[in-house]
Design a protein around this ligand. Structure first.
Ligand SMILES: [Zn+2]
Length: 331
């Protein structure tokens, strides 16, 4: 028995060392972006006024790179999560998932020095990156319980529209999900009238998230997606500017390749019908919402999850190794 135990420990150590070697040899990402037919989440526009101007971008950046928190101290390139080429169920895959959770504080913090994004390489197995926009809200608890029930991880692009539910940001994070930013108010005029206004919105929701989980995450989603056609009504050309500035500030934006269609009002049955779409994509970024008006999404979610699991997909949370999927910008 002792020999078996020693052998098992040796295998795990070899896997970890191999993972570190693989990660160190990972090539820098290209700048190619992907296009997609864009379904905008324009219906998710319940707006609230910004309560107060957020701290300046410079101040936000400085706080992220200072040593004021343990997460910030460890926020270096050496804290990158190992990338393991393995299938769900393999020992090395399990080790990699555990490492993701252990190091994500340092790894997922916004950091302008990090440019190691993956623009072109799927992760090697069928994966749905379910993204839930516009929460937290009264629906978030139910969504989290469903995700637990089906052993799914997801990514929550949060807003500040429902302050009473901010503690659910921490709850989602503690249950192993990824937190991303989606503006404070989700008000298109506030977000897209000027770049300064946009970054005030993201500084503000970034601070909300930092209060909950200890750091400002690097993952963002534009209200309406990068392909939204609304921003041009407020400031022509702003999406190109914002996309460039996002990268300069250490953020990465993710759009989506599939959606259940809950940007518009639908019954749960309709969402299951629209949302269970056959796909041959190995990695899918999937759009759904957990905003306050999205009860039918929570109702439809189990059937949608069961469908994709039956097709061999695993539900995982976005991390820095996740292949970036971006729509063509519509200015
Ligand atoms: Zn939204």
């Amino acid at each position: 028995m002792r020999l078996v135990a020693l052998a098992a420990i040796a295998v795990v150590l070899i896997v970890i060392i191999a993972a570190i070697v693989v990660n160190c040899s990972k090539p820098a990402s290209s700048t190619a972006s992907q296009s997609a037919a864009a379904a905008n989440d324009t219906a998710s526009s319940a707006a609230a006024e910004i309560a107060a101007p957020a701290e300046s971008a410079e101040a936000a950046d400085a706080s992220e790179t200072s040593a004021e928190t343990p997460a910030a101290e460890a926020n270096t390139a050496s804290a990158q999560i190992p990338v393991v080429d393995a299938e769900p169920g393999d020992v090395s895959y399990t080790v990699a998932q555990a490492a993701k959770l252990k190091y994500r504080d340092a790894d997922f913090a916004v950091n302008p020095a990090r440019t190691d994004w993956n623009y072109d390489t799927p992760n090697g197995h069928k994966t749905i990156y379910l993204t839930l926009d516009d929460g937290p809200s009264a629906n978030t608890e139910r969504v989290l319980d469903i995700l637990d029930q089906y052993n799914c991880k997801a990514t929550f692009f949060v807003t500040g529209q429902n302050p009473d539910y901010f503690p659910w940001i921490k709850e989602a994070y503690d249950r192993g999900h990824t937190i991303g930013l989606h503006s404070y108010s989700h008000d298109y005029e506030s977000c897209y009238s000027s770049t300064e206004g946009f970054w005030n919105e993201f500084d503000e929701i970034g601070q909300v998230v930092k209060d909950q989980i200890g750091y400002v995450p690097c993952f963002i989603r534009f209200p309406g997606g990068a392909s939204n056609t609304i921003s041009a009504d407020y400031s022509q050309g702003i999406m190109t500017e914002l996309a460039n500035q996002a990268h300069e500030r250490g953020y990465q934006y993710y759009d989506w390749s599939l959606s259940c269609g809950d940007g518009s009002v639908h019954t749960a049955d309709e969402l299951v019908y629209y949302g269970c779409e056959p796909t041959d994509e190995e990695n899918v970024i999937y759009l759904a919402h957990d905003g306050s008006a999205k009860e039918t999404t929570a109702e439809a979610l189990p059937a949608i999850i069961e469908y994709y699991q039956s097709q061999g997909y695993t539900f995982e949370a976005i991390d820095r190794s996740t292949m970036v999927f971006q729509h063509d910008i519509a200015n």
